[in-house]
Design a protein around this ligand. Structure first.
Ligand code: NDP
Length: 336
């Protein structure tokens, strides 16, 4: 197969393109900028399933009957450690950006901070915002339900979401340690990408509509996905449903699916962020002890999650961010 033609563009040009796209579709400026930050970061770091290829699909989300293009979320400090932000049925990332200062302040002052987002349409990667929080010196985890595409272990019907979880740990004079992945065997966007590329998927990612194992991505998208790690992934995914659903007054993945009303929009749900200050909880030795742990990875040349992205980020900074020309043309054609 021929490699896809790409162009490399400066980061600022990509951000401007995304803002222009959203403003042309009447999204307010703060949401347009917030979405541009997320999609540009993903494209820059080689997280392609959550980069510019997400842009055309946002039109379906913005066409959802409850989507609010004028949302202006406001952070409410409910207690000294707990902040809530209602995303007002707009894109969730603006609500998170507006809640992050309270989250990190609470963690630094009291050792822990909790941020609960409600009513946000969400389809972006989690790592950009946990990395941002960790860059401010706190450890942070984030999780959310999605749409009910995943069969719980032992069951036969999709009930759980692909429920991603991310975690970031601050590192003195280094970029944070960050992981971010779905609790399904693969992210749905990756299955869709393989379908579009005419590729098969590995066994264990999903089943067809009759519950039979398959390597056909189209059959899995029409059938159901599987959790990672069998019963372990199923239980972690259930925890995410509970903590980022009922606990914060948000929807479960099944409720999100019902709310979608067949619009094929991004799921509209809550998100939970919990931040900790290792230094306040146990003193500066916490940071050194963590560095000793990370050295153990380096000694055996085991890479840390995040290292691949950081390496791609450095290349993007030097040479520009690669974008497939066909995707770029598709996006340009969608700007009226
Ligand atoms: P992957 O299975 O690709 O795992 C990604 C994570 O694992 C990254 O942190 C990655 O670091 C790390 N990693 C991968 N390979 C290795 C390795 N060999 N050694 C060490 N670390 C490794 O992720 P998914 O496909 O499950 O998810 C991809 C994205 O999809 C995530 O960003 C997630 O947020 C997003 N998503 C979003 C949803 C939403 O609700 N909005 C729903 C589901 C998924 P690195 O990046 O450096 O490779």
């Amino acid at each position: 197969m021929q490699p896809e033609a790409t162009v490399r563009l400066p980061e600022e040009n990509i951000r401007e393109l995304v803002v222009k796209f959203f403003l042309a579709h009447h999204l307010n400026q703060p949401q347009a900028e917030s979405m541009a930050n997320m999609l540009t970061a993903a494209q820059r770091d080689g997280s392609l399933s959550h980069g510019l290829q997400r842009l055309p699909g946002t039109l379906d989300t913005m066409a959802h009957p409850h989507f609010n293009k004028q949302a202006e979320p406001v952070a409410e400090r409910i207690t000294s450690v707990f902040t809530r932000v209602d995303a007002q049925n707009g894109f969730s990332c603006l609500a998170v950006e507006r809640g992050l200062p309270n989250l990190t302040e609470s963690a630094r002052e009291f050792g822990v901070g909790i941020l609960a987002i409600r009513n946000g349409f969400h389809s972006t990667a989690l790592w950009p915002l946990v990395e941002k929080a960790a860059s401010l010196g706190v450890a942070v985890m984030s999780m959310n339900p999605t749409h009910s595409y995943v069969v719980p272990t032992g069951g036969s019907k999709a009930l759980l979401g692909t429920n991603p979880m991310a975690f970031a740990w601050p590192r003195p004079n280094k970029r944070p340690y960050v992981f971010d992945f779905a609790t399904s065997a693969a992210a749905r966007a990756d299955i869709a990408m393989r379908k579009n590329a005419g590729q098969q998927i590995p066994v264990g990612w999903g089943v067809d509509k009759d519950g039979q194992a398959t390597t056909d991505p189209a059959a899995v998208l029409a059938g159901a996905m599987l959790p990672f790690g069998s019963h372990k992934g199923s239980a972690i995914s259930t925890m995410i449903e509970l903590l980022a659903g009922p606990m914060i007054g948000g929807r479960t993945s099944r409720d999100c699916m019902q709310f979608d009303q067949g619009a094929d929009a991004a799921p509209c749900h809550g998100e939970l962020f919990i931040a900790f200050s290792p230094e306040l909880i146990s003193g500066p030795e916490a940071m050194q002890s963590a560095e000793n742990l990370f050295s153990g990875f380096n000694e055996q040349e085991a890479r840390l999650p995040g290292d691949r992205r950081y390496a791609i980020r450095d290349v993007s900074a030097r040479e520009g961010i690669p974008v497939s020309t066909s995707l770029l043309n598709r996006i340009l054609a969608l700007i009226p």
